[in-house]
Ligand binder design. Structure first.
Ligand SMILES: [Fe+2]
Ligand SMILES: [Fe+2]
Length: 673
């Protein structure tokens, strides 16, 4: 603080001035010049100025003072008018004009005026400082309250645990001006004990990589002590802790990182049941209560020892309660996330277990849905990484990835409603149908044999002289041989026709021939009722033109999509997962409209999630381990087949290009059985 007395040259004879150590003294014509110089030199520390002026010059000096809007300087003017000239100052100028003298200011008066003026200024400044400080405190408290509200809001919406820990710590640091800090969580060990894990740490002054370390659950460490006892610790200087204190400080971190831990505030975090679930540890508060609130303490860097000495202060007591409030909110938020995570994990495991149970009915397809989910997620994540091209515009959020995963896990759930034999049908006839057909032919064969033997017997009984060479006998033998050979022929042909290959013209002729023959074959049960050797169903199955399924069976299989949709739609999904039923429903739709069940066409009608799943589904079906009706294809062959589908406009060519370029198949960790 600088005090200055300026006496205008023209009135110096009327002011019996004296110099003193307490103030600077100037006698001058050019008042403004001196003021400018003073402001320039002492502005940062502020200066108080007492001026003795003639009325003539006072106007220009006041003009100058009014211009210094942001100045911290204080002015007091005494007008000297010894010739008795009446001076009436303007009302606004009275703030600065302390008095009017029409006679000489005597030495004692001068000393009194100087002392009084500067004393008043000092008082005013002290009052101002107090007001400013309480204003700052008020602002700071208001800021803390705002921070607390914001923390509550921020923590309640955060669903990602890592981001939550980061938020809890950085917001706590922001409130208290702490340079460093750590979030610890109490967790259970496999043996049923407890331990404390470092979940996040942050130091504003340094770029120190935090490591997820584990501490034993005891009172030997400061965090352990707080986790154990639930006490709030506010330690002004950890290096001044003595063996009599309940906790001790381990300086290992300081040594390793050339850091100096001084003040520390450690509070426990509790869940809604009041159990301690973690600890917030804050280190080195840089928030001095009297500093300008516009200065952010977190910006202050601690580099040298002097920085620690000058900038680090104890944590203010009011932060103990405030931090407890923050820790309370943080504890509940952490517990909420834990519970949500647990519910989600349980639900996902339940879905996986259900799908696994369904797929276990058909060993060769087991694991299909989980692999399709894995491929879908790998593709969606690859899309998220795209920087250019059509797919770069698409970004899957965390909940969209989850939605895709569930849709993929459940996409074939509807198969639970279908006859399992449909999926295992390797030939045109079901195995039991084929066996029954063969047994019927065996019966027909044996019946024919008996019939011919009976005819021979009857012949023998009628004509005793008959020999094997006789015409009638030979006739029967011939007929018998023809009939039995025909049955043998039918047996062989049915075995051939049962294969799931494409049926040829000749085979169709053979089928007609067999049908005619079997119609003529007489075969009866023990009640004498004619046995239907070649039912319409068997004829239909053997006349399948391609593969092993009839049109009806094919339709039934396709119905799995609608069964899936109906089942998955019944689950009350949260809003962000609401598209799961639709994504699952479209997994057999093809871009050219040839898919099922709706025959949707084009990118606009088939969402990208379903297009991704179609590729994943086909790829897994092609490459999965051998099934009764198909062999596993090599990667090369599967890619060629998928390329054909892309070229034919059935699957999304951009997605398939990504599938190839990102080698998505290398990201599958689940076995293909
Ligand atoms: Fe399917
Ligand atoms: Fe599938």
């Amino acid at each position: 603080m600088t005090n200055a007395v300026i006496i205008e040259q023209s009135v110096t004879h009327f002011v019996e001035h004296s110099s003193a150590k307490s103030h600077l003294l100037f006698v001058t014509h050019d008042i403004i010049e001196i003021l400018k110089d003073l402001l320039h030199r002492y502005e940062t520390t502020s200066c108080n100025v007492l001026l003795f002026l003639s009325p003539g010059i006072s106007e220009s000096v006041l003009k100058f003072i009014y211009k210094q809007k942001n100045s911290q300087a204080m002015y007091s003017i005494i007008l000297i008018s010894p010739n008795g000239k009446t001076v009436i100052p303007a009302k606004k100028d009275l703030y600065y004009i302390q008095g009017l003298r029409t006679s000489t200011v005597l030495k004692k008066e001068f000393q009194y005026l100087v002392k009084d003026t500067f004393y008043r200024f000092a008082q005013m400044r002290s009052q101002e400082k107090k007001e400013t400080e309480s204003n700052f405190k008020l602002i700071d408290t208001h800021r803390d309250q705002q921070d607390l509200i914001n923390i509550g809001r921020a923590l309640s919406v955060e669903k990602n645990p890592d981001r939550l820990f980061r938020k809890i710590l950085t917001l706590s640091q922001k409130i208290t001006g702490a340079d460093a800090g750590t979030i610890y969580l109490v967790e259970e060990t496999a043996e049923g004990g407890k331990q404390i894990r470092v979940k996040y740490a942050n130091t504003w002054s340094r770029d120190i990589q935090f490591e997820e370390a584990v501490l034993p659950f005891n009172t030997k460490t400061i965090a352990g002590y707080v986790a154990h006892t639930g006490e709030v610790l506010n330690i002004p200087d950890v290096y001044k802790l003595t063996p009599d204190d309940p906790v001790g400080f381990n300086p290992r971190f300081d040594r390793e990182h050339n850091y100096i831990t001084k003040s520390m505030l450690v509070v426990p975090m509790r869940n809604h049941r009041g159990e301690i679930i973690g600890v917030i540890q804050l280190i080195n508060s840089k928030e001095k209560m009297t500093i300008d609130p516009n200065i952010d303490p977190l910006e202050i860097k601690l580099v040298n020892k002097e920085d620690y000495d000058n900038e680090v202060v104890s944590f203010h007591h009011r932060y103990e309660r405030l931090l407890e409030a923050v820790a309370g909110q943080a504890g509940v938020a952490i517990e909420n996330i834990r519970m949500i995570h647990q519910i989600e994990t349980q639900f996902e495991e339940f879905v996986r277990a259900s799908v696994f149970a369904i797929e276990s009915r058909d060993e060769p397809t087991s694991g299909h849905s989980a692999r399709v989910a894995e491929i879908c997620i790998a593709m969606a994540e690859a899309i998220n990484r795209q920087k250019k091209g059509k797919l770069a515009k698409i970004q899957f959020s965390e909940s969209e990835l989850k939605e895709l995963k569930y849709a993929a896990l459940l996409h074939d759930y509807g198969k639970v409603y279908l006859d399992l034999r449909l999926f295992q049908k390797a030939k045109k006839l079901y195995p039991e149908e084929f066996v029954l057909m063969m047994r019927k032919l065996d019966l027909a064969y044996k019946s024919a044999e008996i019939r011919f033997l009976n005819r021979e017997l009857a012949l023998l009984q009628q004509e005793k002289e008959i020999t094997p060479d006789s015409g009638l006998y030979r006739e029967i033998e011939q007929e018998r041989s023809q009939c039995l050979s025909k049955i043998q022929y039918i047996r062989e042909k049915i075995q051939l026709l049962n294969e799931p290959s494409v049926i040829s013209e000749t085979q169709q002729e053979v089928l007609r021939d067999i049908t005619d023959c079997l119609k003529k074959l007489e075969c009866h049960d023990i009640d004498g009722k004619k046995i239907d050797l070649f039912s319409k169903e068997i004829q239909k199955a053997l006349s399948i033109e391609r593969g092993s399924l009839t049109a009806q069976e094919r339709r039934e299989i396709q119905d799995h999509v609608e069964h899936t949709y109906n089942f998955v739609s019944k689950i009350p999904w949260p809003k962000e997962l609401a598209d799961i039923p639709l994504i699952a429903r479209y997994h057999h739709e093809l871009l050219d409209g040839s898919g099922y069940p709706l025959g949707l066409k084009g990118n606009k009608n088939i969402p990208i999630q379903a297009r991704i799943m179609t590729i994943a589904d086909i790829y897994d079906a092609l490459t999965a381990a051998d099934r009764p009706y198909k062999k596993a294809l090599s990667l090369e062959k599967a890619l060629t087949l998928l390329q054909h589908e892309a070229d034919a406009g059935k699957i999304d060519p951009d997605l398939f290009a990504l599938f190839k370029s990102e080698k998505i198949w290398e990201k599958i960790t689940l076995p293909s059985n």
